[in-house]
Ligand binder design. Structure first.
Ligand SMILES: Nc1nc2c(c(=O)[nH]1)N[C@H]1C(S)=C(S)[C@@H](COP(=O)(O)OP(=O)(O)OC[C@H]3O[C@@H](n4cnc5c(=O)[nH]c(N)nc54)[C@H](O)[C@@H]3O)O[C@H]1N2
Ligand SMILES: Nc1nc2c(c(=O)[nH]1)N[C@H]1C(S)=C(S)[C@@H](COP(=O)(O)OP(=O)(O)OC[C@H]3O[C@@H](n4cnc5c(=O)[nH]c(N)nc54)[C@H](O)[C@@H]3O)O[C@H]1N2
Ligand code: SF4
Ligand SMILES: [Mo]
Length: 681
């Protein structure tokens, strides 16, 4: 793509944030520089508008070279100070290769940890570097363990896959849509504004908070207590069974283990479930009828599985879909995520498993403890993620990362809190500065991310950084040096898209299926039995209950509040906090409290308050709101600790509690005591 022309041009590209929407964008380019970034009017989801946060940040901090990392850096101050001196790429890569090679030789590569996630979901920028780390034999900090692993594993047990959900396009045939533990008004703003508003289906939101999704276009809001979703699912199954709304033919043909939960369903009367969930019995009956009559879809949010029994909740909800036959037909189904394979993308083309040297993995929930231990961690390499803002046990993690003998490398676009602790910093090119492919995780489309300008200073795309690092390490496996051109063309060649990258770039976004895709229409599931496994021998072999249970978390321990810290409308995880326009939108860090809880603590709107538990304490400003139920404190995720007066964000209260599956985060199970600012122990 030429970047030195003098004419004004409009180039289609794609937003590669970790967002359900994957908006098509138009970059207005003049004299080789981006002048403005807009939504693409041709894109079916964006319809010409970016979300509020990207409209600000993509025309703000993302295009401000003074806010970016523009050259490799070497630490000259204390860890965390953020004092660095510029160095050349050769020096930076040689220093890294030297230290990593020394660790490999003396202690073995497992003591090198690398953390990465979805700072960009571009396939090359997100996956090509994993070849390097797998070849090195480094320990991977399991990326999904900080986000959605419990849900993936649960659906894998029951359905055989978590990555083959309903096609949003088939929603026109749905009579009911349950948005269960997702808040698209923040996390998928265009799906919210268009898809949910325009669907003729009855939209029912199941969320402990009156979110924008619950209050805008939803007909009903089921405001359950946090962590009571599995019990609710059993209550819904009870009513469906009692009222003969089960799909017996489907169960006989395609479901394994209904009999093993029948007694629990029978016991889950609406009255009993109302007492556990706080949802009125009539509401349970009403939602059950609407859902079971169908056709019904369930959007399985990521928020709901971030609890101690989040995996069990997902298994219970999948059982509900199974016994009512709300799967495998148009207008029905579950969607957690639609994986790249639904568009023919072969992830092995990206990860090149043949280069791997058997690397191990650890959970983000254990990261702080492992990094504190020199016998387990001698080097830490972060790329595409910001663990000092996003991972648990923030105070311990910061202390561990201050270890003088922990060699730390951070590769990012911006100077984050994590970057401030690095020995060597590698400046990454942004999505406006390199070609890539985006495979959205909700829609069955494929999009081009197109280079529209040169990176500032010496910043380089992730893929190029790791090719150069492989060379500095003296590696010679060809897969570590594959070019972007080769990667892009091999990926596309394996998909149904008949064209090269230039053709995809010209189109912006393409839909790969003529008709809405209906997964499991043949009633066959990729489980060992070929059926939906409500009873899962694999789960049992992994030490879990054979079947889902009607579990409900109890109310918080006396005197404490349950902390929920979901997605903020104005940030993308921990991104955008460094944009002045975004900072104005979000204001100071707040805790949203029900009026009763505020009154009990003697707090008025705007008062300072402190949340405190065994992991840490956090100062916040009180916002009194009926959207939050009694016993719950809502604090949005994603602020940069270093920019906060408190020097921390909500993850300082997360001691690393795990869900029931996969060492996945239980961040929505935290409890803390609320005290007036500066009070407490
Ligand atoms: N309390 C609480 N904590 C949470 C959550 C929660 O709900 N509550 N949610 C969790 C979830 S769901 C997630 S996914 C994690 C996300 O946590 P993070 O992975 O930390 O989040 P991001 O802000 O998306 O991205 C991280 C970094 O990637 C960088 N980046 C962007 N593009 C590129 C690129 O092209 N190259 C390189 N090298 N870097 C790039 C960005 O500048 C940013 O600093 O947070 C988790 N933390
Ligand atoms: N604006 C914006 N968009 C984002 C992100 C962002 O940070 N900001 N992050 C992106 C990423 S990485 C992810 S993973 C997704 C996440 O987006 P979503 O899938 O929407 O998940 P969350 O926002 O974490 O939480 C959604 C809802 O779960 C609710 N919840 C919490 N506990 C429970 C419970 O026990 N039961 C039920 N039923 N609900 C519960 C919360 O109240 C919240 O409203 O969003 C992506 N999009
Ligand atoms: S973050 Fe999401 S809503 Fe915003 S522009 Fe990107 S894809 Fe669209
Ligand atoms: Mo996430």
């Amino acid at each position: 793509m030429p970047t030195t022309d003098t004419t004004r041009r409009r180039v289609k590209t794609t937003c590669p944030r970790d967002c359900y929407d994957a908006c098509g964008m138009v970059a207005v380019v003049e004299d080789g520089r981006v002048r403005k970034v807009l939504g693409d009017p041709d894109h079916a989801i964006a319809r010409g508008a970016l979300c509020g946060k990207c409209a600000i940040a993509y025309n703000g901090v993302w295009r401000d070279p003074s806010a970016r990392l523009t050259t490799p850096l070497r630490r000259i101050g204390a860890k965390g100070d953020g004092a660095f001196a510029p160095i050349s790429w050769e020096e930076a890569l040689a220093a890294i290769a030297d230290r990593l090679s020394g660790i490999v030789a003396n202690s073995g590569p497992a003591r090198i940890l690398h953390a990465h996630y979805t700072g960009t979901v571009g396939l090359l920028a997100g996956w090509f570097p994993t070849r390097f780390f797998a070849h090195l034999g480094a320990t991977e900090v399991d990326p999904d363990s900080v986000c959605n692993k419990a849900g993936h594993m649960a659906l894998d047990y029951v359905l055989g896959t978590s990555l083959d959900g309903f096609d949003p396009e088939s929603a026109s045939d749905a009579a009911t849509i349950l948005v269960w533990g997702a808040n698209p008004s923040h996390s998928a703003p265009h799906m919210h504004k268009h898809w949910l508003r325009e669907t003729p289906a009855r939209v029912i939101v199941i969320d402990p908070v009156t979110t924008g999704t619950a209050s805008a276009f939803a007909q009903d809001h089921v405001k359950l207590r946090p962590g009571t979703d599995a019990a609710l699912a059993f209550g819904l199954m009870h009513v469906a069974r009692r009222e003969n709304l089960l799909d017996e033919a489907f169960v006989a043909r395609s479901v394994l283990g209904y009999d093993a939960i029948e007694a629990a369903i029978e016991a889950a009367t609406p009255e009993a479930i109302a007492a556990l969930t706080g949802v009125p019995a009539e509401t349970i009956a009403d939602v059950a009828r609407a859902y079971a009559r169908g056709p019904s879809m369930i959007w399985l949010g990521q928020g709901m599985q971030r609890t101690r029994r989040g995996g069990n909740a997902f298994r219970a909800i999948a059982a509900l879909a199974a016994i009512t036959g709300q799967i495998g037909k148009t207008g029905a189904g579950l969607c957690y995520m639609n994986g790249p394979a639904t568009r023919g993308i072969d992830m092995a083309l990206l990860t090149a498993p043949e280069v791997a040297r058997d690397p191990g993995s650890v959970s983000h929930m254990d990261l702080a403890r492992i990094l504190a231990d020199p016998a387990r961690a001698e080097a830490f390499f972060t790329w595409n993620c910001n663990p000092l803002a996003s991972s648990p046990d923030q105070a311990s993690l910061r202390a561990a990362m201050a270890r003088e003998d922990l060699f730390t490398v951070a590769c990012d676009v911006f100077p984050t809190d994590t970057v401030a602790f690095a020995d060597i910093v590698l400046p990454a090119a942004s999505f406006l500065e390199c070609d890539d492919i985006v495979a959205p995780y909700f829609h069955h489309t494929l999009s081009a991310q197109v280079k529209v300008e040169e990176p500032p200073g010496e910043a380089l795309p992730n893929a190029e950084i790791f090719r150069r690092l492989a060379a500095a390490m003296g590696y010679d496996h060809p897969a570590l040096f594959e070019t972007d051109e080769s990667l892009l063309s091999r990926i596309l060649a394996a998909t149904p898209f008949e064209g090269d990258f230039a053709a995809l770039a010209a189109a912006g976004t393409v839909r790969l299926h003529d008709a809405p895709r209906i997964p499991f229409a043949d009633g066959i599931f990729p489980t060992p039995s070929g059926r939906i496994e409500i009873a899962s021998a694999r789960a049992q072999a992994d030490g879990l209950p054979l079947v889902p249970e009607p579990h409900a978390d109890g109310p918080p321990t006396s005197g404490r509040l349950r902390i929920l810290s979901p997605a903020c409308a104005w940030q993308m995880n921990a991104s955008y906090a460094n944009d002045p326009g975004i900072a104005r939108q979000i204001g100071p860090a707040r805790v949203h409290l029900h009026p009763d809880d505020a009154a009990a603590a003697g707090l008025a709107d705007g008062d300072p308050a402190t949340l405190e538990n065994e992991a840490g304490r956090l100062d916040l400003a009180v916002r009194i709101s009926e959207a939050v139920q009694p016993g719950v404190a809502l604090v949005y995720k994603g602020r940069w600790p270093g920019r906060e007066p408190a020097g921390a964000n909500v993850n300082v209260l997360h001691a690393g509690a795990k869900a029931d599956l996969g060492g996945s985060t239980a961040v929505h199970s935290l409890e803390a005591t609320l005290v007036p600012a500066g009070g407490g122990s």
